[in-house]
Every structure is written in structure tokens, then in C-alpha cells.
Design a protein around this ligand. Structure first.
Ligand SMILES: [Ca+2]
Ligand SMILES: [Ca+2]
Length: 190
């Protein structure tokens, strides 16, 4: 091979090397695009699945037993016997329920609306501060109470009253009462 042939051969090999790199590069670029498209589609699919799950949950209505009333995803029973607070909780537990916990304004409005339609509206709700004065808990989960609907001036009886009731003469707002008071009926929730 003379000098000119050698130079031409080198140039050809350089050209073919660049072309090969270009082909490889464009192949990687293409694969990268496909991969990123695939990732975007997977994220969209996950988002859609989450949306479908949450829509399904919103539509779920429990099947409540006779005399129990459905609201959102729970069943409520407005008892007819007047008992002490702990007896009221036991009454609910017989039906695999607990005294009602009222977690927000909407649920409170539902309870108030229903109680005001009844002729003897004095009820226990499942809230107590028997473990530590002023630290109110829900009896169903033992969680701290975060939403309150005290009647103005309540709670007002300190250690003498560790349970909570709702009365029509207090506009069905919450009042603290001695737990041994037998004037109240249970509202159960499950
Ligand atoms: Ca108290
Ligand atoms: Ca009170």
C-alpha cells in the first residue's frame, strides 16, 4: 500500500467509525425516548388507578341493619334505653359498634338533624376525659378529639363530669355530664 492509499484507507475507516457512532447514538436516543414515554404512561396509569380507587371508595355505602341509619360510610343506631355512659358503650358493643364518635361538622350536622327529629332527644356520645382531666378522647379508637362542638360555657364541671351528652335544650351541642347520669340514651356507630 502506497502513502496515498494508506491515507484514503484511514479516512474511510474514520468516516465509517463516525457513521457507526451516529447510528449507535441515534439508536440510544430512540430507546431513551421510548423509555421516557413508557415511564410517563406508567405514571399516568398509576394516577388513573388511584382516581378509580378513590371514586370506588366514595361510592361505597355500607349495608346497615334494620333500625340503623346510613350516613357516609358508617351505620348509626339511636338507642331507646336510658343508661349510664359505660352501659351505653356496652349496649353498642353488643352490636359490634361503639358510642358514636363525631369527627367533623358534617357528621355533627347529621347527628343534630336526626336527634332533633326524635321526641326524647337526650343522648350520650362516645367522648370522655376520665383518664386525664381535660384530655378528651373518643371511646371507639381511644384517639384524641380534634373536632369539638361544645355548647357555649361547656365543659364546666371538671372532674365531676367526664362524659359528653347532647340535649335539645342546649341546641344539641355538647355538654359534659357525670358518667353515671342515667338520663341519656346511646347513639351507636359502626
Ligand atoms: Ca371532666
Ligand atoms: Ca356540663
Amino acid at each position: 500500500m502506497n502513502r496515498i492509499h494508506f491515507i484514503i484507507a484511514c479516512m474511510c475507516s474514520l468516516i465509517s467509525a463516525r457513521t457507526f457512532e451516529e447510528i449507535q447514538c441515534s439508536k440510544y436516543h430512540y430507546e431513551e425516548q421510548i423509555l421516557s414515554k413508557q415511564i410517563r404512561m406508567e405514571i399516568r396509569l398509576e394516577n388513573l388507578e388511584e382516581k378509580v380507587d378513590s371514586m370506588k371508595q366514595q361510592d361505597v355505602k355500607p349495608t346497615c341493619d334494620d333500625e340503623w341509619i346510613t350516613f357516609k360510610s358508617s351505620c348509626y343506631l339511636f338507642g331507646r334505653v336510658q343508661v349510664e355512659f359505660l352501659e351505653a358503650e356496652k349496649f353498642c358493643q353488643v352490636s359490634d359498634a361503639h358510642l358514636v364518635s363525631i369527627r367533623n361538622q358534617e357528621e355533627n350536622d347529621f347527628i343534630k338533624r336526626h336527634v332533633s327529629e326524635l321526641s326524647a332527644p337526650k343522648f350520650w356520645i362516645g367522648m370522655y376525659d376520665g383518664e386525664q382531666e381535660g384530655k378528651w378522647k373518643w371511646i371507639d379508637t381511644n384517639q384524641d378529639v380534634k373536632y369539638f362542638n361544645w355548647n357555649p360555657g361547656e365543659p364546666n364541671q371538671g372532674r365531676a363530669a367526664n362524659c359528653v351528652a347532647i340535649f335539645d335544650n342546649y341546641d344539641n351541642n355538647w355538654v359534659d355530664e357525670p358518667c353515671t347520669n342515667r338520663q341519656f340514651r346511646p347513639i351507636c356507630k359502626k
